[in-house]
Design a protein around this ligand. Structure first.
Ligand SMILES: [Zn+2]
Ligand SMILES: [Zn+2]
Length: 291
């Protein structure tokens, strides 16, 4: 092996090692407030096996940990298998709490089921879908209730447990935040923030802060039913239980955690630079060989 070959190999190995080290997440102390464990959660995420996300269920679990989430629901379109695999994996690595979920995307409404165990048939009427979610011990959340979905939700406005008041769509066009807020005002549902993560964008953007007894699936579902949530929308406006919103404002930690920046540390930079240099070296070497 030539010296150039060794240098190239060294650069690539250094890139991988620095990349892995940079991805390690320091342990965070759990946040408690008003006697509750505050669980940072994302209840609307898609993975790749049977759904249309880019990450595997276990990739989603690792990314959730990296984004400082204590809990996620994996919500495949019309399926719950990815969520079960993700939960199995997360339990083994001591990762975030994974709730089994499903997105039921129908023409007239998209419904998120969280805390269920069996896939719910999208051909059921919306009221029957919600009954089935409740029968399985879960909660029903209106997914991105834009104006076109309002008629679909009309028969069940008093039976929704949660409604997405923060969703990445609020950043895509003006007026969406107002639409989601107006929809929520017509319900008694808990304020929910979800990333609807498929791969691009960021998992945990628009997260929900749940004020729960502990970080178990049962406690999280109970807290949603009781409306103990705080969500930060566009421009940092807080939604949710008024008393908890007030406490969170005094405390300040949740608003800061709601907009985590992507930290690009020196390890990330080192990984990128040595990775690019290594690849450049590889190209030069292979060209020379061919010549
Ligand atoms: Zn949807
Ligand atoms: Zn979705």
């Amino acid at each position: 092996v030539t010296i150039a070959g060794r240098v190239t190999l060294g650069l690539l190995v250094a890139a991988i090692v620095a990349g892995i080290a940079g991805d390690m997440v320091p342990a965070r102390a759990p946040v408690t407030l008003a006697g509750y464990r505050v669980v940072a959660a994302d209840f609307h995420t898609h993975s790749s096996t049977w759904s249309d996300g880019a990450l595997t269920p276990w990739g989603l679990v690792l990314e959730a940990r990296r984004q400082g989430l204590d809990a996620i629901a994996i919500t495949g379109h019309h399926q719950t298998l990815d969520a079960k695999w993700g939960r199995w994996f997360s339990e083994r690595i001591g990762g975030p709490t994974v709730l089994v979920g499903e997105e039921i995307p129908e023409r007239r409404h998209h419904l998120i089921a969280v805390g269920i165990h069996d896939t719910i048939d999208g051909r059921l009427a919306i009221g029957d879908q919600i009954d089935e979610v409740h029968r399985q011990g879960g909660v029903a959340i209106a997914a991105h209730p834009l104006a076109e979905f309002w008629p679909g939700f009309a028969p069940v406005m008093d039976r929704l447990d949660g409604t997405e008041i923060c969703h990445p769509a609020i950043y895509e066009s003006d007026g969406v935040q107002a639409t989601l807020t107006q929809f929520a005002a017509r319900t008694r549902a808990a304020a929910i923030g979800s990333s609807d993560f498929h791969g691009p964008g960021r998992l945990g953007l628009c997260r929900t802060f749940i004020f729960a007894r502990d970080n178990t699936a049962d406690a999280i579902v109970e807290a949603i039913r009781a409306g103990r949530t705080v969500v930060y929308g566009r421009d940092g406006t807080a939604y949710g239980d008024p008393e908890l919103v007030r406490l969170a404002a005094v405390d300040g930690r949740l608003a800061a955690a709601a907009r985590p920046d992507y930290p690009v540390g020196w390890l990330d930079r080192a990984s990128r630079v040595s990775g690019m240099a290594g690849l450049a070296g590889l190209i030069v070497i292979t060209r020379r060989r061919r010549a």
